[in-house]
Design a protein around this ligand. Structure first.
Ligand code: OOB
Length: 564
């Protein structure tokens, strides 16, 4: 097998790669092969459920190979990229698998992204196609996709699921079964991507500026999936509910839809985690495993307690009876919320502290309650290396919080085409610094204490402060802008913007919101509070003092009786 990956991805050093292979972490097996193995073992079992659509493993394998063939018929080749912006639906999963099979690289955009993010991602990844749903909640993704394609020289195809405009490709038809499955399988087995090839591009949460692309190889991502599946005890009997946006690493591969499909289990796709719909889906399908961010857990707890109160007669059946494990991560889960999960929802809590850049920590299913409710777990692999360091890079003892650094078989050594940023985010010997402030307990479990990256974590959705500030500077009146987090009871954090203005000018929150909306940024990044000040405080070295601003807005909220 030869490598097809273009320049721009940063490989692991050969000696590390050799060790990962020798240890069996890297199997040099493309991701599509794991799905075919599951399909060979369980052809009749249901792999994928989306509303009324039910797809068996045999059909999934047929669709995957038929679609891979049709992608090549469009003129796409190995290592070509497709910008994928689909909601949680069966089409997302089949298209992703078809890409893996053909060696085409999906770029995992979020449903909330708009022109600003999509055009940037299309250009950076040199995407040759874009895949979208026609409309979602009255917004025409098809129109946006056409616009992106018109502005991206490399892009020649717009793939649309739903009502397809003339000139675009019918994605649902492209993903249909058909052709000659045995021949298709032979063709793609023979031309399979190499283990070192890029399987997909994930997006970084808010580091600096616009999101970075993270190249995940077939080898490293397969290991990510296998290691997390082992810790979460995924088997052919697992029924997984995907409610968070599945293009995100957590529900995609930790173990997520891919882990459950590798094991021959069943994946249920649901576009929203709204408790009424999610609970009904759990009951209907007998869901055993689900993934949530803390804000969703809070809604589920409230809903459950509310419905319990309303019930005069005890319910005959418990809607959540089959739910064994609820994984929670993406932002810090408060200990007191964690303690309610088992008693109220009946499921075992698994805390997950992970990142699209690699490292995944999880509490174990048999951990004592103290570990499950007060820590974010420990690495899923014995090969994950972790250091906790102070500002000078000196290692700290257990029990002292510091910056976390990590290396390992599924933590890539650099972002795609981002040399300058890589020099800051990685040490010369390949340790990735996520910007999280973490304490390691003597038992090895990690507790996330905070972060020293300039990011707002809005209920698990990451917003780079710098990205927003640079957009706000487009407003004439603004002389200085600082985006900081403010506390919010449900989402954990929301975005607050501090600005100073040119003399004689004025600015309202709706001015800022309107301007950002016009720029076409994702709605979750739009500031929810504006504070106009005469002066923005700076630190001794002249940097904006964000800590002081965060304290200031927290005080303001408290004084106004709004504790967030
Ligand atoms: C997950 O991935 P990303 O790439 O969206 O964000 C990573 C960042 C981490 O660096 C950390 O700042 C924060 O999200 N984070 C947490 C956390 N889990 C993630 N902060 C506190 N407590 C947690 N449990 O968010 C992600 C990827 C895979 C699995 C789980 C989460």
């Amino acid at each position: 097998m030869t490598s097809h990956t273009r320049d721009g991805a940063v490989p692991w050093p050969p000696e590390d790669a050799a060790r990962y292979r020798a240890k069996g972490y890297w199997e040099d097996k493309p991701l599509g092969a794991y799905i075919l193995e599951a399909a060979d073992r369980f052809p009749e079992r249901t792999a994928l459920v989306d509303g009324d659509a039910r797809i068996s493993y045999r059909e999934l394998a047929d669709r995957m190979d038929a679609a891979a063939g049709r992608l090549l018929d469009l003129g796409l080749r190995q290592d070509d990229r497709i910008l994928v912006q689909l909601p949680n639906c069966w089409q997302f999963t089949v298209l992703t698998l078809a890409c893996f099979r053909a060696g085409i690289v999906p770029v995992m955009a979020l449903p909330a992204h708009r022109q600003f993010e999509l055009s940037y991602l299309a250009e950076l990844s040199e995407s040759r196609a874009i895949a979208v749903r026609d409309t979602i909640k009255d917004f025409s993704h098809q129109d946006l996709a056409k616009h992106i394609a018109a502005g991206t020289p490399a892009m020649s195809h717009v793939l649309v699921s739903g009502r397809v405009d003339q000139g675009n490709v019918d994605l649902d038809a492209l993903l249909a079964p058909g052709g000659d499955p045995i021949n298709a399988r032979k063709q793609f087995d023979a031309a399979a991507p190499a283990g070192d090839d890029t399987a997909c591009f994930l997006l970084s949460g808010g580091t600096t500026g616009l999101p970075k692309l993270i190249t995940r190889t077939h080898n490293d991502y397969a290991y990510n999936i296998k290691a997390t599946s082992a810790v979460t005890n995924v088997t052919a009997d697992t029924v997984y509910l995907g409610t968070l946006p599945v293009s995100h690493n957590f529900p995609l591969a930790c173990p997520g839809i891919l882990g459950v499909l590798f094991a021959g289990g069943r994946v249920v796709m649901l576009p929203s985690p709204e408790p009424g719909k999610a609970f009904a889906a759990i009951e209907r399908e007998g869901v055993t495993l689900c993934t949530a961010v803390p804000a969703v857990v809070q809604r589920w707890l409230e809903y459950r307690q509310e419905t319990d109160r309303q019930e005069t007669d005890r319910q005959e059946t418990d809607q959540l009876e089959t739910l064994e494990v609820l994984q929670v991560g993406g932002s810090r889960l408060a200990d007191e919320i964690a303690r309610k999960v088992k008693p109220v929802l009946g499921a075992t809590l698994q805390q997950v502290f992970g990142m699209a850049e690699g490292l995944i920590n999880m509490t174990r299913l048999d951990d004592p309650e103290d570990v499950v409710c007060t820590t974010q777990g420990r690495p899923v692999s014995e090969a994950d290396e972790i250091r906790i360091v102070d500002e000078s890079g000196t290692d700290l003892p257990d029990g002292v919080a510091g910056a976390i650094l990590t290396r390992g078989p599924y933590t890539p050594r650099g972002y795609y085409r981002a040399d300058e940023h890589n020099a800051r985010a990685f040490t010369p010997d390949g340790w990735y610094g996520s910007g999280d402030i973490v304490e390691r307990r003597p038992d090895g479990n990690l507790v996330v204490q905070g972060r020293d990256k300039d990011m707002i974590n809005r209920g698990g959705e990451k917003i780079s402060a710098e990205e927003i500030e640079s957009l706000v500077y487009r407003l004439d009146a603004v002389t200085l802008a600082a985006a900081v987090s403010m506390p919010d009871a449900l989402l954990g954090e929301k975005l607050c913007l501090f600005v100073t203005l040119k003399p004689g000018t004025a600015l309202t929150l709706s001015d800022v919101q309107e301007s950002l909306r016009r720029t076409g940024v994702a709605a979750f990044k739009i500031p929810e509070k504006l504070v106009v000040v005469d002066e923005i405080p700076t630190t001794k070295v002249g940097k904006i003092n964000k800590k002081q601003l965060r304290e200031e807005v927290a005080r303001m909220l408290q004084a106004s009786g709004n504790t967030g």
